[in-house]
Design a protein around this ligand. Sequence first.
Ligand SMILES: [Zn+2]
Length: 225
Amino acid sequence: MTARPIHSPEPLPLERLTEVIHFLHANGWTPATSSNFSCRSAAGAEGVADGFQVSISGLDKGTFTANDFIPVDADGKVSDPARAHIRPSAETLLHSVVYRLYPQANVVLHCHSVNGTVLSKLYESQGGLWLKNFEILKGFEGIKTHDTQVWLPIFPNAQDMTVLSAQVEAELPQHTPIYGFMLAGHGLYTWGETTAQAKRHVEVFEFLFEAILKLRSYGYPDYSG
Ligand SMILES: [Zn+2]
């Protein structure tokens, strides 16, 4: 009898996203149950077609599993009445904004790194900073040269997500190209068409945050444009 070939099935989107969450956690970018993540629901998948799956609030990202997501509708509300008692991340409204503004975005990643937090405080008063003249910028989808500049908006942190998400939704369309935004003293939001692309964007941002902070510590001219 011939043995049947063993196929390793493609990981499901939430499994792939969970692997990325563990990678981000291993880098120290999702400490103390912080950070939140989502991916757009595929048509026919669990949840409503125009909604997304978002991480449940308050879980350790080092032990996060593919079962720790909750489907929400396009406005970030839990769409399954049987699970209405489960709390999606408090920042789910910001994920809704990204999916509304950028139809190509299928994955949103939000991290709380030390470097991002420090940098966001340094540039908060000017509302953002220019990222320019670094080779790593080519890691952003569509960028082909280091000789470019990308604006990274920084919003004051807030606990009223309705007000904050309206502010973010009004400003982001004013910037092209755009790959993410920061909340001051809080963290980074970035996104991608695929999980791999969104992960790459986090890595580009984190590289830049560390490089800019190091350059500043050596007295290198400011990168704020
Ligand atoms: Zn956060």
